[in-house]
Every structure is written in structure tokens, then in C-alpha cells.
Design a protein around this ligand. Structure first.
Ligand SMILES: Cc1cc2nc3c(=O)[nH]c(=O)nc-3n(C[C@H](O)[C@H](O)[C@H](O)COP(=O)(O)O)c2cc1C
Length: 221
């Protein structure tokens, strides 16, 4: 019996590829074993506020003596962290917006990345070490090496850095690119590749959802 925390952040509620891919993963995860649970949070439909106070970036015992964050803001942060710590697997769906993360997902990240609580500090361990985090990203253009966009995706590297290197999670990335091939004339010759990458991402999501939903896999961590 495992729990998946499934977060979506696309502002497209009907034709989003990242939402379709995370849905395929979540469905396979739920079906993998009786009792598996999926907690879904739609960060676009129910946006979180920005982090209310800079002191909330630190665990309470690491804050300066004059820090006084609003109790309601701290409560929200602790609820989000409890949701993350309570999950065996994290699934994030996000489009590339302006070469970066959707602001709705950034707000979540700012709440849950807390040195001394979710990330190690001199006085604490790392509770999320080795826990799987599956990143599903969807982007309109082509980011292959040699293209004009090479190195311009600033969304996935940030999440790999914070969730993987800082928080110690075991990150897997599923990418679908060229999603605008059928609507942007400059990408018109790439519709076949766009469709085949999307189909591959859906298959991979189903396979990984089934794998991470099986207790044999989650017990190994
Ligand atoms: C506000 C906004 C900004 C975008 N910026 C970029 C961008 O910088 N690079 C890119 O390749 N595509 C960009 N796109 C296109 C999206 O990344 C693309 O449509 C993607 O498929 C959206 O994900 P979704 O299908 O899950 O909704 C942008 C789209 C929107 C709405």
C-alpha cells in the first residue's frame, strides 16, 4: 500500500499534455496494488499564496530570534510539508513557461524546501533521501543540443537541483517537447516527432506508475 502525491500546474485544463501524462502515471499507480492512494493537488486551479515571510525558508529552530511569521502561513507550510513527507512517491506535472517553472509550482517549492526540515542542515538529517520524485515536463519548442533553445530550459534543472541534490530525492524525468508543432508554423515539419515523443511519454508514465505503485519497488528505498 503506497501513497502518491500528484501535483499539476498547467494553466491548460483541457488539452494539457503534462496533465494527461501525470494522469496516466497516477492511474497506473492506483491500479498497481489494492489500497494504493493518490492525493491530487491542482496548483493552478487552487493556487497557493507566495511564501508569506522569508523566515519560513528555515526550520523554526534555525530562524533568527526576531522572526515572527504569521501562524496561518506557518500552518499552511506545515500542512504542505506533511503532505509531501506522507507520500511514498512524488509526481509533478509542469509546462515550461517563459523558460521557467509555472509560478504556481514555484510557490509550492518555496513552501516545501526548508533547510533543517525537508533538506539537511548541520543539525538535521534528510527525511526524503531516496524517495522517488517523477517530473513530467511539457514544452512547446525543441531543446535538443545544437538548436537555438539548447540550455534554455530553466524549469527541470531547478527541480533536479532542489528535489534531487538539496532534498535527496531520487528524480526521474519524463519530457515531451515540440508540443506547439501543430500550431506554430516554424515547427510545422516536426509534428510527427511531437506526436511520437508524446506517445512515448504516455507509455513511460504508465510503466513507471505501475512500477512505483508496486510495494516491491517502494520497499527497496
Ligand atoms: C505563459 C506561457 C509561456 C510559455 N513559454 C514557453 C517557453 O518559454 N518555451 C517553450 O518551449 N514553450 C513555452 N510555452 C508553451 C508550453 O510550454 C507548451 O504549450 C506546453 O505544452 C504546455 O504544457 P501543457 O501541454 O502541459 O499545458 C509557453 C506557454 C505559455 C502558456
Amino acid at each position: 500500500m503506497s501513497t502518491l502525491l500528484h501535483l499539476d500546474s498547467s494553466a491548460d485544463r483541457s488539452t494539457s499534455r503534462s496533465r494527461a501524462i501525470t494522469a496516466a502515471f497516477a492511474s497506473a499507480f492506483r491500479d498497481a496494488e489494492p489500497g494504493n492512494t493518490v492525493v491530487h493537488r491542482d496548483l493552478h486551479a487552487d493556487p497557493l499564496p507566495h511564501l508569506a515571510d522569508a523566515s519560513l525558508h528555515w526550520a523554526a529552530r534555525l530562524r533568527s530570534a526576531d522572526a515572527s511569521p504569521e501562524p496561518a502561513a506557518e500552518d499552511l507550510q506545515q500542512r504542505l510539508i506533511a503532505e509531501l513527507l506522507g507520500a511514498d512517491v512524488l509526481l509533478l506535472g509542469f509546462p515550461l513557461y517563459n523558460y521557467s517553472l509555472p509560478s504556481s509550482l514555484k510557490a509550492w517549492l518555496d513552501h516545501v524546501h526548508v533547510p533543517g526540515q525537508t533538506a539537511p542542515s548541520a543539525i538535521s538529517g534528510a527525511p526524503l533521501t531516496g524517495r522517488p520524485a517523477v517530473l513530467v515536463t511539457s514544452r512547446g519548442g525543441d531543446y535538443d543540443s545544437g538548436t537555438v533553445n539548447e540550455g534554455r530550459d530553466h524549469a527541470t534543472p531547478v527541480l533536479e537541483l532542489i528535489l534531487g541534490e538539496e532534498m535527496g530525492m531520487a528524480v526521474t524525468v519524463i519530457t515531451t517537447s515540440l508540443t506547439l508543432a501543430s500550431s506554430v508554423p516554424a515547427l510545422a515539419g516536426q509534428t510527427d516527432r511531437s506526436e511520437s515523443e508524446y506517445a512515448h511519454a504516455l507509455r513511460l508514465a504508465r510503466d513507471l506508475g505501475e512500477r512505483f505503485g508496486s510495494s516491491t519497488t517502494t520497499r527497496q528505498r
